[in-house]
Ligand binder design. Structure first.
Ligand code: MG
Length: 330
Protein backbone atom coordinates (compact mmCIF):
# COMPACT_ATOMS: atom_id res chain seq x y z
CA UNK A 1 0.00 0.00 0.00
CA UNK A 2 1.49 3.34 -1.06
CA UNK A 3 1.31 6.12 1.49
CA UNK A 4 1.92 9.85 1.37
CA UNK A 5 5.34 10.71 2.79
CA UNK A 6 6.74 14.01 3.97
CA UNK A 7 8.80 14.10 0.76
CA UNK A 8 5.57 14.36 -1.26
CA UNK A 9 5.30 17.92 0.05
CA UNK A 10 9.00 18.69 -0.16
CA UNK A 11 9.04 20.55 -3.45
CA UNK A 12 11.40 18.00 -5.06
CA UNK A 13 11.15 14.95 -7.26
CA UNK A 14 8.50 13.09 -5.22
CA UNK A 15 6.22 16.11 -5.10
CA UNK A 16 6.63 16.70 -8.81
CA UNK A 17 5.59 13.10 -9.47
CA UNK A 18 2.53 13.41 -7.20
CA UNK A 19 1.45 16.64 -8.89
CA UNK A 20 1.88 15.21 -12.40
CA UNK A 21 0.60 11.67 -11.83
CA UNK A 22 -2.32 12.53 -9.61
CA UNK A 23 -3.42 16.18 -9.62
CA UNK A 24 -2.69 16.99 -13.27
CA UNK A 25 -4.18 13.70 -14.40
CA UNK A 26 -7.53 14.49 -12.75
CA UNK A 27 -7.64 18.30 -12.86
CA UNK A 28 -5.66 18.85 -16.08
CA UNK A 29 -6.61 21.95 -18.05
CA UNK A 30 -4.67 24.35 -20.23
CA UNK A 31 -4.12 26.95 -17.49
CA UNK A 32 -3.09 24.50 -14.75
CA UNK A 33 -0.76 22.55 -17.02
CA UNK A 34 1.26 25.68 -17.78
CA UNK A 35 2.68 25.23 -14.25
CA UNK A 36 3.53 28.90 -13.83
CA UNK A 37 3.91 30.61 -10.46
CA UNK A 38 0.37 31.95 -10.84
CA UNK A 39 -2.55 31.26 -13.15
CA UNK A 40 -3.24 33.97 -15.71
CA UNK A 41 -6.98 34.44 -16.18
CA UNK A 42 -9.12 36.26 -18.67
CA UNK A 43 -12.28 37.56 -16.97
CA UNK A 44 -14.77 40.12 -18.25
CA UNK A 45 -16.91 42.38 -16.09
CA UNK A 46 -17.72 41.89 -12.42
CA UNK A 47 -16.46 38.83 -10.61
CA UNK A 48 -17.40 37.14 -7.33
CA UNK A 49 -14.55 35.78 -5.19
CA UNK A 50 -14.83 33.41 -2.22
CA UNK A 51 -12.82 30.99 -0.09
CA UNK A 52 -13.53 28.10 2.26
CA UNK A 53 -11.58 25.43 4.12
CA UNK A 54 -12.80 21.88 4.55
CA UNK A 55 -12.05 19.65 7.53
CA UNK A 56 -15.07 17.34 7.54
CA UNK A 57 -14.83 14.13 9.54
CA UNK A 58 -15.28 11.38 8.49
CA UNK A 59 -13.69 12.17 5.10
CA UNK A 60 -16.08 9.74 3.35
CA UNK A 61 -19.74 9.81 4.33
CA UNK A 62 -23.11 8.81 2.94
CA UNK A 63 -23.71 11.05 -0.11
CA UNK A 64 -20.25 12.57 -0.42
CA UNK A 65 -16.67 13.04 0.72
CA UNK A 66 -14.30 15.88 1.64
CA UNK A 67 -13.33 16.38 -2.02
CA UNK A 68 -16.89 16.69 -3.30
CA UNK A 69 -17.73 19.13 -0.52
CA UNK A 70 -14.54 21.18 -1.15
CA UNK A 71 -15.61 21.79 -4.76
CA UNK A 72 -19.38 22.08 -4.25
CA UNK A 73 -19.00 24.38 -1.23
CA UNK A 74 -16.95 27.01 -3.04
CA UNK A 75 -18.85 26.70 -6.32
CA UNK A 76 -22.13 27.12 -4.39
CA UNK A 77 -20.98 30.32 -2.68
CA UNK A 78 -20.29 31.78 -6.14
CA UNK A 79 -23.62 30.55 -7.51
CA UNK A 80 -25.49 32.15 -4.59
CA UNK A 81 -24.24 35.54 -5.78
CA UNK A 82 -25.52 34.96 -9.31
CA UNK A 83 -22.00 34.13 -10.53
CA UNK A 84 -21.09 31.42 -13.02
CA UNK A 85 -18.27 29.45 -11.32
CA UNK A 86 -15.12 29.65 -13.45
CA UNK A 87 -11.81 29.15 -11.67
CA UNK A 88 -10.84 27.49 -8.40
CA UNK A 89 -7.62 27.23 -6.44
CA UNK A 90 -7.02 24.20 -4.30
CA UNK A 91 -4.70 23.77 -1.29
CA UNK A 92 -4.19 20.34 0.23
CA UNK A 93 -2.88 19.85 3.76
CA UNK A 94 -2.18 16.13 4.02
CA UNK A 95 -1.16 14.07 7.03
CA UNK A 96 1.92 11.94 6.50
CA UNK A 97 0.84 8.31 6.06
CA UNK A 98 -2.43 8.92 4.21
CA UNK A 99 -2.92 6.18 1.64
CA UNK A 100 -2.32 7.38 -1.92
CA UNK A 101 -5.40 5.47 -2.99
CA UNK A 102 -7.53 7.46 -0.52
CA UNK A 103 -6.11 10.73 -1.87
CA UNK A 104 -6.89 9.57 -5.40
CA UNK A 105 -10.53 8.79 -4.49
CA UNK A 106 -10.85 12.31 -3.10
CA UNK A 107 -9.22 13.94 -6.13
CA UNK A 108 -11.32 12.01 -8.64
CA UNK A 109 -14.45 12.96 -6.69
CA UNK A 110 -13.38 16.63 -6.96
CA UNK A 111 -12.91 16.27 -10.73
CA UNK A 112 -16.40 14.75 -11.10
CA UNK A 113 -17.95 17.59 -9.09
CA UNK A 114 -16.12 20.25 -11.13
CA UNK A 115 -17.72 18.81 -14.26
CA UNK A 116 -21.20 19.66 -12.91
CA UNK A 117 -20.57 23.42 -13.11
CA UNK A 118 -17.77 23.45 -15.68
CA UNK A 119 -15.39 25.22 -13.27
CA UNK A 120 -11.68 24.37 -13.37
CA UNK A 121 -8.92 24.16 -10.78
CA UNK A 122 -6.23 26.44 -12.20
CA UNK A 123 -3.72 26.61 -9.35
CA UNK A 124 -2.96 24.64 -6.25
CA UNK A 125 -0.65 23.82 -3.40
CA UNK A 126 0.34 20.65 -1.56
CA UNK A 127 1.66 20.48 1.99
CA UNK A 128 2.40 17.28 3.84
CA UNK A 129 2.65 17.57 7.64
CA UNK A 130 3.92 15.01 10.18
CA UNK A 131 1.49 12.47 11.66
CA UNK A 132 -0.95 14.09 14.06
CA UNK A 133 -0.47 17.65 12.75
CA UNK A 134 -3.73 17.38 10.76
CA UNK A 135 -6.31 14.59 10.74
CA UNK A 136 -5.85 12.78 7.37
CA UNK A 137 -6.52 15.70 5.01
CA UNK A 138 -7.75 19.28 5.05
CA UNK A 139 -8.55 21.13 1.81
CA UNK A 140 -8.89 24.84 1.06
CA UNK A 141 -10.54 26.04 -2.12
CA UNK A 142 -11.02 29.59 -3.36
CA UNK A 143 -13.06 30.44 -6.40
CA UNK A 144 -13.97 33.20 -8.77
CA UNK A 145 -17.05 33.44 -10.90
CA UNK A 146 -18.45 35.79 -13.50
CA UNK A 147 -21.51 37.67 -12.24
CA UNK A 148 -24.31 36.91 -14.71
CA UNK A 149 -27.14 38.31 -12.60
CA UNK A 150 -26.43 41.48 -10.65
CA UNK A 151 -28.02 42.74 -7.46
CA UNK A 152 -28.62 39.45 -5.63
CA UNK A 153 -27.94 40.31 -2.00
CA UNK A 154 -28.83 39.54 1.61
CA UNK A 155 -29.68 43.26 1.83
CA UNK A 156 -32.23 43.17 -1.01
CA UNK A 157 -35.28 41.52 0.62
CA UNK A 158 -38.53 43.52 0.47
CA UNK A 159 -41.94 43.28 2.12
CA UNK A 160 -44.09 40.78 0.19
CA UNK A 161 -41.22 38.66 -1.15
CA UNK A 162 -41.68 34.91 -0.83
CA UNK A 163 -39.19 32.49 0.70
CA UNK A 164 -38.38 29.22 -1.05
CA UNK A 165 -36.17 26.31 -0.09
CA UNK A 166 -34.62 24.21 -2.86
CA UNK A 167 -35.23 20.77 -1.24
CA UNK A 168 -35.78 19.01 2.11
CA UNK A 169 -33.44 20.34 4.79
CA UNK A 170 -30.87 19.13 7.29
CA UNK A 171 -29.59 16.09 5.38
CA UNK A 172 -25.85 16.84 5.59
CA UNK A 173 -25.85 17.48 9.33
CA UNK A 174 -27.92 14.37 9.92
CA UNK A 175 -25.64 12.21 7.72
CA UNK A 176 -22.49 13.35 9.54
CA UNK A 177 -24.13 12.99 12.93
CA UNK A 178 -25.26 9.44 12.14
CA UNK A 179 -21.81 8.51 10.79
CA UNK A 180 -20.02 10.06 13.77
CA UNK A 181 -22.20 8.34 16.35
CA UNK A 182 -21.92 5.01 14.49
CA UNK A 183 -25.67 4.75 14.64
CA UNK A 184 -27.51 1.62 13.62
CA UNK A 185 -30.45 3.08 11.76
CA UNK A 186 -32.99 1.30 9.60
CA UNK A 187 -32.42 3.92 6.89
CA UNK A 188 -29.36 6.10 7.00
CA UNK A 189 -29.66 9.82 6.16
CA UNK A 190 -27.72 10.73 3.00
CA UNK A 191 -25.95 14.09 2.70
CA UNK A 192 -27.42 16.59 0.25
CA UNK A 193 -23.86 17.58 -0.81
CA UNK A 194 -24.22 18.85 -4.41
CA UNK A 195 -23.34 21.62 -6.84
CA UNK A 196 -26.19 24.15 -7.01
CA UNK A 197 -25.15 26.01 -10.15
CA UNK A 198 -27.48 24.10 -12.56
CA UNK A 199 -30.55 25.03 -10.45
CA UNK A 200 -29.37 28.64 -10.06
CA UNK A 201 -28.61 28.95 -13.77
CA UNK A 202 -32.14 27.70 -14.56
CA UNK A 203 -33.64 30.39 -12.27
CA UNK A 204 -31.58 33.10 -13.97
CA UNK A 205 -32.32 31.83 -17.49
CA UNK A 206 -36.04 31.83 -16.71
CA UNK A 207 -35.80 35.48 -15.74
CA UNK A 208 -36.84 34.95 -12.11
CA UNK A 209 -36.49 38.12 -10.01
CA UNK A 210 -34.28 36.65 -7.29
CA UNK A 211 -33.63 39.04 -4.38
CA UNK A 212 -31.32 36.79 -2.38
CA UNK A 213 -29.97 33.25 -2.34
CA UNK A 214 -27.89 31.57 0.32
CA UNK A 215 -26.81 27.97 0.76
CA UNK A 216 -27.83 26.83 4.23
CA UNK A 217 -24.48 25.42 5.39
CA UNK A 218 -23.31 25.74 9.02
CA UNK A 219 -26.15 27.08 11.15
CA UNK A 220 -28.68 25.64 8.70
CA UNK A 221 -31.80 27.38 7.48
CA UNK A 222 -32.12 29.17 10.86
CA UNK A 223 -28.86 31.02 10.28
CA UNK A 224 -29.73 32.07 6.72
CA UNK A 225 -33.13 33.45 7.73
CA UNK A 226 -31.74 35.34 10.74
CA UNK A 227 -28.87 36.79 8.69
CA UNK A 228 -31.33 38.04 6.06
CA UNK A 229 -33.79 39.46 8.58
CA UNK A 230 -30.95 41.46 10.14
CA UNK A 231 -29.29 42.50 6.86
CA UNK A 232 -32.52 43.70 5.18
CA UNK A 233 -34.25 44.84 8.42
CA UNK A 234 -37.36 42.82 7.59
CA UNK A 235 -39.40 40.15 9.38
CA UNK A 236 -39.35 36.63 7.94
CA UNK A 237 -42.49 34.64 8.77
CA UNK A 238 -42.08 30.93 8.20
CA UNK A 239 -44.77 28.22 8.25
CA UNK A 240 -43.17 25.37 10.17
CA UNK A 241 -45.33 22.74 8.43
CA UNK A 242 -44.26 23.97 4.99
CA UNK A 243 -40.56 23.34 5.67
CA UNK A 244 -39.70 20.01 3.98
CA UNK A 245 -37.88 17.48 6.18
CA UNK A 246 -37.40 13.86 5.05
CA UNK A 247 -38.32 10.96 7.35
CA UNK A 248 -34.68 9.95 8.05
CA UNK A 249 -33.77 13.47 9.19
CA UNK A 250 -36.96 13.90 11.20
CA UNK A 251 -36.39 10.58 12.97
CA UNK A 252 -32.79 11.44 13.83
CA UNK A 253 -33.76 14.89 15.10
CA UNK A 254 -36.42 13.40 17.37
CA UNK A 255 -33.96 10.85 18.70
CA UNK A 256 -31.14 13.34 19.34
CA UNK A 257 -33.12 16.45 20.25
CA UNK A 258 -32.05 18.53 17.25
CA UNK A 259 -34.11 20.87 15.07
CA UNK A 260 -33.83 20.25 11.31
CA UNK A 261 -33.72 24.02 10.71
CA UNK A 262 -30.46 24.18 12.69
CA UNK A 263 -28.73 21.31 10.86
CA UNK A 264 -26.13 22.01 8.17
CA UNK A 265 -26.82 21.49 4.47
CA UNK A 266 -24.28 21.26 1.63
CA UNK A 267 -26.56 21.33 -1.42
CA UNK A 268 -29.67 23.18 -0.28
CA UNK A 269 -30.40 26.87 -0.60
CA UNK A 270 -32.96 29.39 0.50
CA UNK A 271 -34.17 31.96 -2.05
CA UNK A 272 -36.18 35.13 -1.61
CA UNK A 273 -38.08 36.00 -4.79
CA UNK A 274 -40.52 38.57 -6.06
CA UNK A 275 -44.05 37.25 -5.34
CA UNK A 276 -44.98 37.58 -9.03
CA UNK A 277 -42.25 35.05 -9.92
CA UNK A 278 -42.61 32.67 -6.97
CA UNK A 279 -44.72 29.97 -8.66
CA UNK A 280 -42.46 29.83 -11.69
CA UNK A 281 -39.37 29.77 -9.47
CA UNK A 282 -40.83 26.87 -7.52
CA UNK A 283 -41.57 24.98 -10.75
CA UNK A 284 -37.97 25.53 -11.91
CA UNK A 285 -36.53 24.35 -8.57
CA UNK A 286 -38.77 21.27 -8.56
CA UNK A 287 -37.18 20.14 -11.82
CA UNK A 288 -33.93 19.75 -9.82
CA UNK A 289 -35.63 18.44 -6.68
CA UNK A 290 -39.36 17.75 -6.25
CA UNK A 291 -39.14 18.57 -2.51
CA UNK A 292 -38.55 22.30 -3.21
CA UNK A 293 -41.13 24.34 -1.29
CA UNK A 294 -42.41 27.79 -0.45
CA UNK A 295 -41.83 28.21 3.29
CA UNK A 296 -42.68 31.79 4.18
CA UNK A 297 -43.15 35.47 3.52
CA UNK A 298 -41.25 38.70 4.09
CA UNK A 299 -43.20 41.20 6.24
CA UNK A 300 -42.41 44.20 8.43
CA UNK A 301 -44.04 42.91 11.66
CA UNK A 302 -40.88 42.51 13.74
CA UNK A 303 -37.98 43.90 11.79
CA UNK A 304 -34.78 41.89 12.16
CA UNK A 305 -36.60 38.81 13.51
CA UNK A 306 -37.68 35.41 12.17
CA UNK A 307 -41.09 34.14 13.29
CA UNK A 308 -41.95 30.45 13.11
CA UNK A 309 -45.68 29.75 12.86
CA UNK A 310 -46.80 26.27 13.89
CA UNK A 311 -49.77 24.31 12.59
CA UNK A 312 -51.52 25.00 15.93
CA UNK A 313 -51.48 28.72 15.30
CA UNK A 314 -48.78 29.49 17.86
CA UNK A 315 -45.86 31.75 16.95
CA UNK A 316 -42.33 31.84 18.28
CA UNK A 317 -39.09 33.49 17.35
CA UNK A 318 -36.63 31.31 15.45
CA UNK A 319 -33.21 32.23 16.83
CA UNK A 320 -29.71 31.78 15.46
CA UNK A 321 -28.37 28.39 16.58
CA UNK A 322 -26.02 28.83 19.57
CA UNK A 323 -22.71 27.15 20.30
CA UNK A 324 -21.11 24.52 18.11
CA UNK A 325 -23.66 21.89 17.18
CA UNK A 326 -21.21 19.59 15.42
CA UNK A 327 -17.53 20.44 14.96
CA UNK A 328 -15.93 19.55 11.60
CA UNK A 329 -19.25 19.33 9.78
CA UNK A 330 -17.66 20.69 6.58
MG1 MG B 1 -22.66 30.17 1.61
Amino acid sequence: MRRIQLSHGGGGEEMGALVRDLFYRHFGNEILLKSEDAAVLEVNGKIAFTTDSFTVSPIFFSGGDIGKIAVAGTVNDLAMMGARPLYLSCGFMIEEGLEVEVLERIVSSMAAELAVSGAAIVCGDTKVVPRGAVDKIFINTSGIGEIVCEGISAHALREGDLLLVSRDIGAHGAAILAAREGMELSSHPKSDCATLWPAVEALIQNGIAVRAMRDATRGGVSAVLNEWAAASQVCLEVEEEAVPVCDEVRGLCEMMGFEAVDLANEGTFVAAVDPADAQEALAVLRRSNPAAAQIGTVTLHKQGRVILKTGWGSRRYLELPKGELLPRIC
